[in-house]
Design a protein around this ligand. Structure first.
Ligand code: UN1
Length: 513
């Protein structure tokens, strides 16, 4: 680890051996049991974080509620200015933060930097947005009346994020929530607790240096029980949760039971359709990066390739060939393409998927397996695998967070490929590789992809922050990040103002006294 400058990175990010999740040196945050963090890169211990107890949680919510009163009254362009300063810090600390993401989570250093770049991008977006929280004006049907709508902040926004994007997903939510005037309480993944502390340190320092109260950015730490405190809490009007479908259903029901709002970004089962008119070289790059990037642990990872029978063998051989070039190993070493899975649980699920696909009648095209020996001591390094499979297989219908790619054939018309692509419960990302305009447009039409993201001639992963990010069906329906996703973080108010001396009623109703 030393060789890759991890100790230096930890120091720059203010990570100690024991971290309580605050940056201001005050001890009001966490007093619960200690959660230890080990790196999937080399299995080494990195540090520990104290979990949030019920009493800690109460203190966090009280502090956040108080901070909201100050923050909501600040003009939003001034809030944008704070986000800009926060972004300056992200730019300054991009390398150590990207390194910690890579070391604690296991994605390649390039992807760790890419993730911090997403944070920087969404902050830039949010700064601009802080002057564009526009509502509409309407023409009233009554004389001498003006009607318009405005957006006010909601209050405390709860953010639950997953290990695979341990920093970017937090920032998609917080950068928008902050300019909207909300304060945030973040439950990061207990698998990447130090990364969460590093982000919280940066945010809390910027707020404090600008004379703002503690509590605009809060961090809570622990397992699902800590998340439950928030999902059941009426004082948290919006819970934005990223993770598994299983988790999302629990969160959605708890939040709905108190009629709160939830924003869900759950599992994907993303496919690329490869038509006879596809550019094969680009298909291979898009598919291989999509399937093995982040070791198959993106919710947008490519899980399925649906290839037309006329080019099936050609594409299959090209992809199998490309897999032979993959270098698996320490993700901090920029020569490697694929790092480890997050932990041994994930390795088990990966192995289960490979066993199961064979059991169901699939054929392995690129053999998987767990790597052993020098450099692989953590036990989390696996070989990206490819299996020929049917879309109807139970395992293919299921999202396995690992580098397992299922390939299948379609014959005849594009309609058949679209049916396979849409034939899963998830609806996050999708793509078509084709130079045929008719095919591309049909894929994007109402009869085409049913996903929240539908791409032409690029893969399923690697979305930019400018678009709304999320998906349909069991992916949960939420949209985060760009476009008008900010509206979910605010409450809309319709205002009608009468500037006459009369009181005419709408719909022409007469009510004379
Ligand atoms: C996720 O996996 O939760 O589109 C988010 C992408 C990234 C974000 C993925 N921008 O791959």
């Amino acid at each position: 680890a030393e060789k890759f400058g991890i100790d230096k990175a930890l120091k720059e990010l203010g990570i100690n051996d024991i971290n309580n999740g605050t940056s201001t040196g005050k001890d009001w945050f966490s007093h619960g049991e200690e959660i230890e963090s080990y790196s999937p890169v080399d299995g080494a211990y990195i540090g520990k974080v104290k979990a949030t107890t019920k009493e800690d949680y109460e203190r966090v919510i009280e502090t956040a509620s108080k901070a909201f009163k100050t923050w909501r009254s600040m003009p939003s362009p001034q809030r944008g200015e704070i986000v800009r300063k926060f972004n300056d810090e992200l730019r300054r600390l991009k390398e150590p933060l990207g390194k910690l993401v890579s070391y604690e989570m296991g994605k390649s250093y390039q992807e760790g930097l890419g993730e911090v770049q997403e944070m920087i991008d969404i902050c830039d977006f949010a700064v601009g947005l802080s002057r564009q929280l526009h509502g509409l004006t309407m023409h009233s049907e009554r004389p001498g009346h003006r009607m318009y709508e405005q957006y006010h902040p909601l209050g405390i926004v709860g953010v639950i994020s997953a290990f695979n994007f341990p920093v970017a997903v937090w920032s998609w939510n917080t950068a928008l929530a902050w300019v909207c005037g909300d304060v945030t309480v973040w439950k990061g993944s207990e698998k990447t607790p130090l990364t969460s502390v590093a982000c919280q340190n940066i945010a809390a320092r910027v707020f404090s240096e600008n004379g703002l109260p503690e509590g605009i950015s809060c961090l809570i730490t622990g397992d699902y029980k800590v998340g439950e405190m928030m999902t059941n809490d009426k004082r948290v009007p919006l819970v934005s949760a990223t993770g598994s479908i299983r988790m999302g259903k629990i969160v959605a029901q708890a939040v709905a039971a108190r009629l709160g709002k939830s924003l869900l970004e759950l599992g994907g089962n993303n496919a690329i359709i490869v038509t006879p008119d596809a550019n094969i070289k680009n298909t291979v790059i898009g598919a291989v990066f999509g399937a093995v990037g982040t070791c198959g642990q993106r919710c947008t990872s490519t899980r399925r390739l649906i290839i037309h029978e006329s080019i099936y063998d050609k594409v299959k051989d090209a992809i199998v060939d490309a897999y032979k070039q993959l270098r698996i190993g320490n993700p901090l070493d920029e020569n490697n393409h694929v790092g480890p899975l997050i932990d041994k649980d994930a390795v088990e699920k990966y192995q289960h998927a490979l066993d199961k696909v064979v059991e169901e009648g699939g054929k392995i095209l690129v053999e998987g397996g767990v790597l052993e020996g020098e450099g692989y001591e953590s036990g989390c390094y696996v070989k990206p695998a490819i299996a020929e499979a049917q879309n109807s297989f139970e395992i293919v219908q299921h999202e396995t967070f690992a580098p397992v790619l299922y390939i299948m054939k379609y014959s005849g018309d594009l309609e058949n490929a679209i049916e396979l692509q849409n034939g899963v419960v998830q609806g996050l990302s999708s793509a078509i590789m084709t130079n045929n305009l008719r095919e591309a447009e049909r894929f994007l039409s109402v009869e085409g992809s049913d996903c929240g993201i539908a791409n032409v001639n690029i893969g399923t992963s690697g979305a930019e922050i400018g678009g709304a990010f999320g998906g349909e069906k069991e992916t949960g329906g939420g949209r985060e990040s760009g476009s008008d996703a900010w509206k979910v973080y605010m409450r809309r108010q319709t205002n009608t103002i009468n500037y006459t001396t009369e009181l005419p009623l709408a719909q022409g109703i007469k009510f004379d006294l």
